[in-house]
Write a protein that binds this ligand. Structure first.
Ligand code: UDP
Length: 235
């Protein structure tokens, strides 16, 4: 299988076509954006961390029976994945209040929740990825009832396995975002799982080990990404 033309360049990744149309190649960049592209910067080495951590997590989840788009890591920054058509929803799971939820409900970050929260945002940069509910998703035709149910079930299972795994390496999984795609009509987990898309706090000190350090100009961004690599045993 050979790498072909650039299909798409996003904020953090480039996607290339492959000679076999069922696959494509993702290349992770060091570019970082926040607040819907308003804040821009570079996090040195981020592409390598996000590539390797995503692949590590996809393999861990595959062992638990969760189907993902991961196929093969071909270099530090490049991975072959199944070519899916992305369901235009960002699926957010929250275990503790942080970020936009803490702000919206006036909760202190780190406040316990009685159960995990699942939220959907409509993936649309022009609109700023607005939050949507099931009824809106169905009415507009973003996804079907069956698709929403499948995605929700997989997302809760992913949460269970990720919470368990990160706790074993001394990290609390506060919240994260998933994306799903359709591969020959089957919904599978796609995109990435990385410090760009998860909130990771040290279990004991509550030190932030994720992109919030970039969003909030806290410093120690590269160090936090490297620390997460060490925790999961990849560095
Ligand atoms: N998230 C993401 N991409 C987005 C929005 C959110 O990966 O476009 C992740 C984010 O890293 C966090 C979780 O989803 O782990 C919840 O984010 P939140 O809604 O609190 O938004 P934020 O405060 O990041 O704007």
């Amino acid at each position: 299988m050979k790498k072909r033309e650039l299909l798409y360049e996003g904020k953090a990744k480039k996607v290339y076509a492959m000679s076999d149309p069922d696959y494509c190649m993702v290349e992770y960049k060091d570019d970082a954006t926040a607040f819907n592209g308003l804040k821009k910067g570079t996090i040195r080495g981020k592409g390598v961390v996000n590539n390797k951590m995503s692949n590590f997590m996809f393999k861990l989840l595959a062992d638990k029976g969760i189907e993902t788009h991961f196929v093969e890591e071909v270099s530090d920054r490049e991975t072959i994945v199944k070519k899916v058509s992305i369901v235009p929803l960002e699926v957010i799971i929250r275990n503790k209040a942080a970020g936009s939820l803490a702000k919206k409900l006036g909760l202190e970050e780190g406040t316990e929740l009685k159960c995990p929260i699942l939220e959907f945002s409509y993936k649309n940069d022009e609109l700023g990825d607005p939050m949507v509910n099931d009824s809106q998703i169905l009415a507009v035709g973003i996804a079907t009832r069956e698709e929403i149910d499948t995605i929700s079930e997989i997302a809760y299972n992913v949460n269970k396995y990720m919470v368990e795994f990160f706790a074993s390496v001394g990290v609390e999984l506060i919240d994260f975002k998933l994306e799903f795609g359709k591969f020959h009509d089957k919904i599978i987990l796609a995109d990435e799982i990385s410090p760009d898309t998860c909130r990771f706090w040290d279990i004991k000190t509550h030190e932030k080990l994720d992109k919030d350090r970039f969003r909030r100009d806290m410093g120690g961004v590269e160090e936090a990404y490297a620390e997460m690599m060490r925790r999961i045993g990849l560095q």
